[in-house]
Design a protein around this ligand. Structure first.
Ligand SMILES: [Zn+2]
Length: 283
């Protein structure tokens, strides 16, 4: 027969339960802290990207000064080596920037860059498909390309975008973004290319020219070389980043949300791509 539990034993059990509870609370808060730190470091690296793009955006006069490093002679350009498949003229990869937990730049009206990037990417896909190209989207939905339980979501997201490009070996890749800058008067589209890539520079120039002309940009920017953007640095073949405009400029933000203007933007990007590919196939 069990003897009844005494007061002393009840006290001991209470102390033990309290100790277990304390350990649990400590473990949970330590884990949460680690998750927060990981997310913050991803966000801050992204802020750097945006800040740099904006800085470049403001340098309207420097005409890609850092971008004419034409010493590459690299073999990284596999542009043109891809064979057209099943009646298409070849594959083009479109990359809608940000997504999922990462909104990118947020406009004054509350619109998030990730939403607009996807709208532009889908509209551009339709135009390119009409022209006979096979289009692959790295991010076909609102979701980011990371696993839910992943600690380094941004890093995994970027690696997976590059993996799509690597697998597809496209004619070219266009990454779609919206820009930001502390001075809200700054506006206009700008195209970035990897500074060591001659083909990237040519593609960027073709797209920048079409955008400046067709969108009647008041203070047109020049396409610009860049050494640090992950998608430019790490993706196989020819890639550019198109910053369609500045969400920090209220007038431009309103235009970027307007469907008629969106159609003009993607028409200009599409024509730039076609000019690039046409020049390439000319003798
Ligand atoms: Zn962006």
């Amino acid at each position: 027969m069990n003897r009844p539990i005494g007061n002393k034993e009840i006290k001991i059990i209470q102390y033990l339960m309290l100790a277990v509870l304390l350990v649990l609370v400590f473990a949970v808060s330590a884990y949460a802290g680690r998750m927060r730190r990981a997310e913050n470091s991803e966000k801050s690296s992204d802020r750097t990207e945006n800040a740099e793009a904006a800085k470049d955006g403001n340098n309207t006069g420097d005409a890609g000064a850092s971008g004419d490093a034409d010493t590459s002679g690299q073999t990284e350009e596999n542009q043109g080596t891809q064979k057209a498949e099943s009646g298409s003229k070849g594959t083009i990869v479109l990359d809608a920037g940000h997504g999922g937990f990462d909104p990118g730049v947020c406009g004054a009206s509350g619109v998030a860059e990730r939403e607009l990037n996807l709208v532009f990417a889908k509209k551009l896909e339709a135009l390119l498909a009409e022209e006979g190209y096979r289009v692959v989207q790295t991010r076909p939905t609102e979701a980011g390309l990371y696993d839910k339980e992943q600690t380094h979501k941004k890093a995994q997201d970027m690696q997976r975008r590059c993996a799509v490009i690597e697998k597809e070996q496209p004619l070219l890749t266009v990454s779609i973004h919206q820009n930001s800058y502390p001075d809200s008067s700054v506006s206009g589209p700008q195209v970035f290319y990897f500074a060591q890539s001659k083909e990237g520079e040519r593609l960027a120039s073709c797209i920048q020219d079409c955008m400046n002309e067709q969108l009647a940009v008041e203070k047109p920017k020049s396409h610009k070389g860049n050494d640090s953007y992950y998608i430019l640095k790490r993706s196989a073949g020819t890639a550019v980043i198109v910053e369609c405009g500045f969400l920090t400029n209220p007038d431009e933000e309103a235009k970027l949300k307007d469907e008629t203007y969106q159609d003009r933007v993607v028409r200009a990007i599409c024509d730039g791509i076609l000019n690039y590919l046409k020049e390439d196939s000319d003798p």
